[in-house]
Design a protein around this ligand. Sequence first.
Ligand SMILES: Cc1cc2nc3c(=O)[nH]c(=O)nc-3n(C[C@H](O)[C@H](O)[C@H](O)COP(=O)(O)OP(=O)(O)OC[C@H]3O[C@@H](n4cnc5c(N)ncnc54)[C@H](O)[C@@H]3O)c2cc1C
Length: 417
Amino acid sequence: MAREKVLVIGGGAAGMLASILLAERGFLVHVFEKNEKLGKKLFITGKGRCNLTNACETVEDLLQSVVSNPKFLYSAFYQCTNQQVMDFFEKLGVPLKVERGGRVFPRSDKSSDVIRALEQRMKKLRVSVHLDTRVKELVLKGQEGGIPGKRIQGIRLSNGTVVEGDRVLVAAGGRSYPTTGADDSGYLLAKEAGHEIVPPIPSLAPLLVREEYVRRLQGLSLRNIRFSVWDGKKCLYEEFGELLFTHHGISGPVVLSASAVIGRRLKEGTAKGLIDLKPALSEEQLDARILREFDKNPNKRLKNVIGSLYPSSLTPVIIELGGISPDQPVNKISREERRRLLGATKGFPMTIEGVAGFREAIVTKGGVSVREVDPSTMESKLVSGLYFIGEVLDVDALTGGYNLQIAWSTAWAAAHA
Ligand SMILES: Cc1cc2nc3c(=O)[nH]c(=O)nc-3n(C[C@H](O)[C@H](O)[C@H](O)COP(=O)(O)OP(=O)(O)OC[C@H]3O[C@@H](n4cnc5c(N)ncnc54)[C@H](O)[C@@H]3O)c2cc1C
C-alpha cells in the first residue's frame, strides 16, 4: 500500500516536531518553509538559549500558565506532557537543565543545538524539506466550483505548483517578530478553508504609557516591585517582580505577563498602572522610615534626603509627583506633602495606552478559532485531513517555556491522530 503523504506548512517548532513524529510512524512527510532555513524563530527563543518547556510538576500547572483557551489544550497537554518533551530532547541528544521558575534550557545554552538535533532527526527519517518555498493556498476537494470542499487535496505554492497530499498540517506560526518571517499567511490559509480567525493582537510585549515622566526613566530597571493594572476599582492584574522603563513605556517580566492578560481590554481604552516601589513596607512603615530620614537631616533639601530611598533617576520624578519643590528643607514639609510622597511610592501612577506592536511581541494572541478544531487531534472540523498546530491557533501562554510546550503538544496530538 502506498504511504500516506503529509504536507507540513512551516518549519518552525511545531512543524519540525510533527514532521519527525509522522515520519517515525511511516508517513511520507514534506515540510514547506518560506525562510531560507528551518527554525528561525526557535533560534531567538529564550534570548538564544531556547526555554523549551517548563518543568512544573503537573499538567494542571502547565494549563494554569495558558492565558487563552486552556481547556482546548487539556487533551494535547495530557498526550504530550512537559516530561515527555524533556525525554524526547534528551533522547535526541540534547542534554537539558532546569533553571529558576522551572524554565528548561539545553545544557549548552544554545538554541542552535535544539534546531540542529531536530534537523538531524528529520534528515535521518528522510523528511523532505523545501526551503524558500511559500505555500500560497490550500487545495480543497470541490473547490473548482467555488465551493470549498470538505477534504484537503493538497497545497499550491507561490510559484503556482500544486503539491498533492493526503493530509496537510498548518504550522505557520503567529504574526509576532516579523523579522523571523512571521506574517498573516497561516491565518489566510485557515480563512480560505472557512475557519474563523480571532483577531490577532501582540502579546507578551511591552506596554505603552502616556506620561512623559515615565519615558524620562528610560533604562531604569526595578527589582522586587509590585505592578498592578486597574480598570477603575477593578484589579485586572497584579504581580511581584522586575520591571524596566523603556523609550515608550514599560517592559520586563511583570509587564510582559500583564500584556498577555490585559491586551484585549486595552483595545477598548486605557487602563491605570501602579507600581508599588516598596511592597515590603506598609504605608505606616514607609512613613516612619521617611520621618526618620527627615529627623536625621532637618535642614537639608528634600532631594538630598530621600535619595537613599530610590534609584537616582527616580527621585526627582517622585518629588514632582508629590508636587513639592526638590529644594524645600525637609523640616518645612507638611504632613499632606509627605502623604503625597507616600502615595507616589506605594502607587507610582501611569496611564497604559496599549501594547507595543508585533515587532516586539513574543507571541500572538488570537488566530484560528479553537471552536472549529478538534482538541484531541488538532484536525479541522470543517475540512477533513487539515490540521492546525502551534501558534497559528488561538492559544497563548505566559513566559517560562509554556508557548513552546503548546507548539510541541499540539504537534504531538496531530501526529498521533
Ligand atoms: C523573541 C522571542 C523569544 C521567545 N522565547 C520563547 C521561549 O524561550 N520559550 C517559549 O516557550 N516560547 C518562546 N517564544 C515563543 C515561541 O517562539 C513560539 O511560540 C513558537 O516558535 C511557535 O512555534 P510555531 O511552530 O507555531 O511557529 P514558528 O516557530 O513561528 O514557525 C512557523 C514557521 O512557518 C513558516 N511559515 C509561515 N507561513 C508560511 C507559508 N505560507 N509557507 C511556508 N512557510 C510558512 C514561518 O516562516 C516559520 O518558520 C519566543 C518568541 C520570540 C519572538
